[in-house]
Design a protein around this ligand. Structure first.
Ligand code: 76U
Length: 364
């Protein structure tokens, strides 16, 4: 039997409009031969930044000029640049459980990083007041990995926190905000910000393909000035051919169409997976089924050790990620039960029952 996957990392490209993407690339070649022959603006071509800023104004309520957008080959290199230009005594707080790749990056930069606990509304305010960070890295639209959608009240509390301190910033990672099921999208934190304290991050990894490596950040004016002072001699990492193709793909309406199609497709799989999990695990499972993103957190009544779960998953040829991947600092376990991050992008509809059966054998 072949491997089945509940990975949260891959996307489902079975419905990716490769033909339309190729047409956008051909258009990019036809219209931009001279730009393809030179090095692009270090923040990315203005035309592409304009298209992105118009789009996120419409879809996420982000207010910005194209000049404030920095395009990069992923959130990682962008965060690296953003933090590398900060003095060494400026501190960062991150969510715990959270995005360990960013936590590891900040640690590797010898940055003072404090993992902060979550409550049912998202990152815990008391924890922030204790840690006294200068930067707060959060995922309010769909907390990574627990899935919590941060309510407006907590967003306002965080904006007040940022506004009442010297030079404080909130880094809003909006990574899979395009996917909401049966609930309307809450506008970005950046759209509520009146004090230029929110740094907005977006990515095309979840809506297009993670292998395209196209992501961006929106800097408030003061940080933009510092960025341009530090990096204007740098070379833009993304390929201009792909960036201009993205520009035409968005302009032609194909991007919006694809997101709509994938929302419907993912929602169908999400619903069936949740149904099959409850059917098979009955009252042994608790699903944090926030109606968003491409994964959810599920808790299983067992006091088995994670090592045993990982081992049995290998034997069952089932790719799963446990909460351990996201526990930062010295946090060892979030609950006496086993918690898994279950992604539904890469599992095929017809493999869901078999995958749930394998998962049952892994856990019990
Ligand atoms: C919380 C979060 N913010 C952004 C991204 C997007 O990053 P980029 O492609 O570089 O734009 C991801 C994507 N996460 C990766 C793939 F899912 C890795 C997950 C893992 O390491 O568990 C993510 O989880």
């Amino acid at each position: 039997k072949g491997w089945l996957s509940f990975s949260h990392i891959k996307t489902d490209n079975s419905k990716f409009p490769f033909h339309e993407w190729m047409k956008s690339q051909q258009k990019a070649i036809a219209q931009h031969k001279s730009e393809l022959a030179e090095i692009a603006h270090f923040q990315g071509p203005f035309t592409v930044r304009k298209t992105i800023s118009d789009m996120i104004a419409l879809t996420r309520g982000v207010t910005c000029e194209p000049e404030q957008i920095i395009i990069g080959t992923g959130i990682h290199p962008l965060i690296h640049q953003l933090m590398a230009m900060q003095s060494s005594n400026r501190k960062v707080a991150v969510e715990n459980p959270g995005y360990s790749r960013i936590y590891q990056l900040l640690k590797s930069q010898k940055r003072d990083v404090s993992p902060i606990e979550l409550d049912k509304e998202g990152i815990d305010i008391k924890g922030i007041e204790t840690a006294k960070p200068d930067f707060l890295f959060i995922t309010p639209s769909h907390q990574f990995p627990t899935g919590t959608i941060m309510p407006i009240s907590r967003r306002v509390e965080l904006l007040n926190w940022a506004a009442t301190g010297e030079d404080r910033y909130i880094i809003e990672d909006d990574y899979d905000s395009e996917f909401k099921y049966g609930t309307d999208n809450i506008p970005s934190l950046q759209s509520l910000d009146r004090n230029q304290r929110v740094i907005y991050f977006g990515t095309f990894s979840k809506t297009l393909l993670p292998s395209f490596r196209i992501s961006y950040m929106v800097l408030p004016p003061k940080l933009l000035e510092l960025y341009q002072y530090n990096y204007s001699d740098r070379i833009q990492g993304c390929s201009s051919l792909h960036l201009y193709a993205l520009h035409y793909f968005i302009q032609s309406g194909e991007y919006a169409k694809h997101i709509k199609r994938m929302n419907q497709h993912y929602n169908k799989k999400r619903k069936q997976l949740i149904k099959e999990l409850y059917l098979r695990f009955q009252n042994k499972i608790k699903i944090n089924d926030a109606p968003a993103g491409l994964h959810f957190l599920a808790e299983f009544n067992t006091d088995k050790r994670y090592e045993e779960i990982d081992e049995k998953a290998q034997r069952e040829k089932l790719e799963i990620y446990t909460i351990k991947r996201f526990l930062l600092g010295n946090k060892t376990r979030d609950s006496q039960n086993i918690q898994l991050v279950i992604g539904f992008a890469s599992i095929k509809q017809e493999d869901i029952v078999e995958a749930v059966e394998r998962l049952y054998r892994v856990i019990y």
